[in-house]
Design a protein around this ligand. Structure first.
Ligand SMILES: Nc1ncnc2c1ncn2[C@@H]1O[C@H](COP(=O)(O)OP(=O)(O)OP(=O)(O)O)[C@@H](O)[C@H]1O
Length: 235
């Protein structure tokens, strides 16, 4: 895998790239592009890539004989692994910043089938709660390599708190915005749609959103699993 970043004039290997976004970049926003491999349908149709990767975060897309250029903080090629993405996309910096008291958001954006779920939580067959005992337990799940950014961030978060030795309170909530309605996925008994409010002290917040205190990676993973389950039911 190669990572192209405009933070550095060099094309970085995955092993050398992990600090590129973190240490040289103080942007408030990082936009990272992941290009997924062609799927079975596309291969059967004999689709080909129309994306050219000249390096340094640039992407050129060929359409109707002309080329349009875009620039990102980093670009991941189709063969990038879940681990490479986690190590190099800058999300560890977000967790570090959250631990320093900043409000941080990781947002996956793309058309249907572009790989948002795959990137954030891993493919659907992937258990969202890998057995965790300081380390993910290799061998308990055949797809452990496929776990996504969310579970890897959980592990990183608790590891960082342990390393720094500071006691922090971790609270989790899980909501879905569907047809512009806010649904609490941890409290489905709460049938009503929730309201988004604003106050001077809190800024924007979701009123009556169920929040759970999580003392361990397992607690946090259970929240993810519960929310994913309800998410499917609501759909
Ligand atoms: N980087 C990747 N490597 C291999 N397969 C991928 C990759 N990204 C996505 N896929 C596969 O492509 C399919 C669609 O991906 P996914 O469900 O993550 O898309 P999505 O953006 O979440 O779609 P939707 O918005 O419809 O929920 C899945 O089968 C997924 O496993």
């Amino acid at each position: 895998m190669r990572l192209y970043t405009h933070m550095s004039s060099t094309t970085l290997s995955s092993s050398a790239a992990d600090t590129a976004l973190d240490e040289t970049n103080d942007d408030q926003f990082n936009v990272v592009l992941r290009i997924r491999p062609l799927n079975g349908l596309e291969l059967n149709r004999k689709d080909t890539f129309t994306v050219d990767l000249p390096g340094e975060g640039h992407v050129a897309i060929e359409t109707n004989g002309s080329s349009r250029n875009f620039t990102f903080n980093a670009v991941f090629e189709p063969d990038a692994s879940q681990e490479e993405l986690f190590d190099n996309c800058g999300i560890t910096r977000l967790v570090d910043m959250a631990l320093s008291g900043y409000a941080c958001t990781a947002l996956a954006f793309g058309q249907t089938g572009s790989g948002k779920t795959h990137t954030m939580t891993g493919p659907p067959s992937q258990p969202s709660t890998p057995v965790f005992n300081g380390e993910f337990q290799e061998g308990k799940s055949p797809d452990l390599d496929m776990i996504g950014l969310i579970q890897r961030s959980f592990k990183y978060l608790f590891q960082q708190m342990k390393d720094v030795g500071e006691s922090k309170v971790v609270r989790a909530s899980y909501l879905e915005i569907y047809n512009e309605q806010v649904i609490d996925l941890l409290n489905p008994a709460h049938k009503r749609y929730l309201s988004v409010r604003w106050s001077k002290n809190k800024g924007f917040y979701v009123e009556n959103l169920f929040t759970i205190e999580c003392n361990s990676m397992d607690d946090l993973s259970a929240v993810l699993e519960e929310g994913e389950l309800k998410c499917c039911i609501f759909k």
